[in-house]
Design a protein around this ligand. Structure first.
Ligand SMILES: *Cc1c(COP(=O)(O)O)cnc(C)c1O
Length: 443
């Protein structure tokens, strides 16, 4: 086990990482960006150990994936055991129990006590694609409604559903038809109180559905209960319940994309629970399998079963090694009390972020999030104008000091914190100290 402390032996990135990055550029397509060009040798809990021997604090979890840590014992053991038995059969050719067990776990854990069914896939985008297919098959309607600032993936349909052009869509059109966009209730960027923000966005969404699309043409409204890539935007209270109520009135399905928010991340097993929302379909991936590629659509049995046998699947869908990893990850989340831990992380981090805001000379415009999904939005002092240059400078400072943070947001001006939920307080405090020093340095 690696000593759980930040340790810098060289500059970050160090000489070996620099050399490996140069070699990479000769082999790997340029389209893959990188947050921090450091090559990882091994990882443990919330520490990444690079090829130069630096120990970096992971405040990104590989984008909300390694919530149980980078090599959680229950995940590693189950992967090893399954891999020695068999690595693949294709569930559509011959079956294995792990698939059913993961489906049962998802049916049990996701919001609502109605009868459910689950379909497993490999990536988050694939889960969203399939939620759309299922919603269309179940309703016989074509249209899909998504929100401003949404992120749903990089495949043709999900890139269309994603809001932000650069880098996700630029040059990749034409996009898929029958995708419509409605406003998001984004409290910080709304001129008025939170209640008005929710009411206003809801009224505009209804207007778009009723007058521009026709409610009877809409299969589903797809939304992230807290937006991830779009900037960790917590919708104004009441907005999502209003959307769900409106959807029900018109037999439109409500699909919660919990790919980033799911599995304890926000201090609830699923973020929908914070507002008592029960989605018709829910998409999950990221933290589901402790780092192995696995995703799912879970939903009402009658909706899920609207697709005839053969209509869903994929060669690798619900791979047995990934299913074994998921069972280990879910076991860890439950046995280690990681839902409660995420809530504790919020209690510990939020006051620190508020202190940083107070000391930022107006550069931190907003502090927000839930559980261990927290962010600061950077602005030009005295305004709400996005300041991506501050976010970049702050991220660069953290990286140089050995703290891996990620930038997000439609305007590229949000620093997000997504630590593994197993992170210890000492490591968390150290990472926050580094961030706080960076904030003071911006002034
Ligand atoms: C990451 C993400 C996706 C896409 O998942 P991939 O596994 O990258 O395809 C979809 N929706 C949300 C909310 C995400 O955060």
């Amino acid at each position: 086990m690696t000593d759980q402390a930040r340790l810098l032996k060289t500059a970050v990135p160090g000489p070996r990482s620099v050399a490996l990055h140069e070699a990479r550029a000769q082999q790997v397509a340029r389209g893959f960006g990188v947050t921090l060009p450091v090559f990882v040798d091994h990882a443990d809990g919330a520490l990444l150990v690079d090829v130069d021997g630096n120990q970096l604090i992971d405040m990104g979890s590989g984008i909300a994936v390694t919530s149980v840590g980078a090599a959680a014992p229950a995940v590693v053991e189950r992967i090893a055991e399954q891999a020695t038995k068999f690595t693949h059969t294709c569930f559509m050719v011959t079956e294995y129990e792990g698939f059913t067990e993961v489906a049962a776990a998802l049916n049990r854990l996701t919001p609502g006590d109605h009868e459910k069914r689950t379909a497993l896939f490999s990536t988050g985008a694939e889960a969203v694609e399939n939620a759309v297919k299922i919603a269309r098959a179940a309703t016989g309607r074509p249209a899909i409604v998504v929100l401003d600032h949404a992120y749903h993936g990089r495949t043709l349909m999900t890139m269309t559903m994603t809001a932000k052009n650069v880098p996700y869509k630029e040059g990749f059109g034409p996009y898929a038809p029958e995708v419509y966009r409605a406003p998001m209730a984004y409290p910080f960027r709304y001129d008025g109180d939170e209640k008005a923000c929710a009411a206003d966005a809801l009224a505009r969404l209804k207007d778009i559905v009723l007058t521009q699309i026709g409610a009877h043409n809409v299969a589903a409204i797809v939304a992230e209960p807290i937006q991830g890539e779009g900037g960790f935007i917590v919708p104004a209270e009441g907005f999502l319940p209003g959307v769900v109520e409106f959807a029900r009135e018109h037999d439109i399905l409500f699909v919660a994309d919990e790919i980033q928010t799911g599995f304890a991340r926000t201090g609830a097993m699923f973020a929908c629970e914070h507002e008592g929302i029960v989605p018709d379909l829910i998409t999950t991936a990221k933290a589901l399998a402790g780092g192995m590629p696995l995703s799912a659509v879970t939903g009402r049995a009658e909706i899920m079963d609207a697709v005839a046998p053969g209509g869903l699947g994929g060669t690798y869908a619900g791979n047995p090694v990934a299913c074994a990893a998921a069972l280990g990850a879910i076991e860890t989340i439950e046995s280690e009390g990681l839902v409660a831990r995420a809530a504790q992380i919020e209690q510990r981090v939020m006051p620190r972020l508020e202190e940083m805001r107070a000391a930022s000379g107006g550069r931190i415009g907003d502090v927000r999030g839930r559980g261990a999904m927290l962010a600061i939005e950077l602005v030009e002092p005295g305004t709400k104008d996005p300041a991506p240059r501050f976010a970049q400078a702050l991220a660069a400072h953290c990286h140089a000091e050995g703290v891996v943070v990620l930038v997000c947001g439609t305007y590229g001006n949000v620093i997000r914190l997504l630590p593994p939920l197993v992170i210890g307080d000492a490591l968390l405090d150290d990472a926050l100290d580094v961030l706080a020093t960076g904030v003071r340095g911006l002034a």
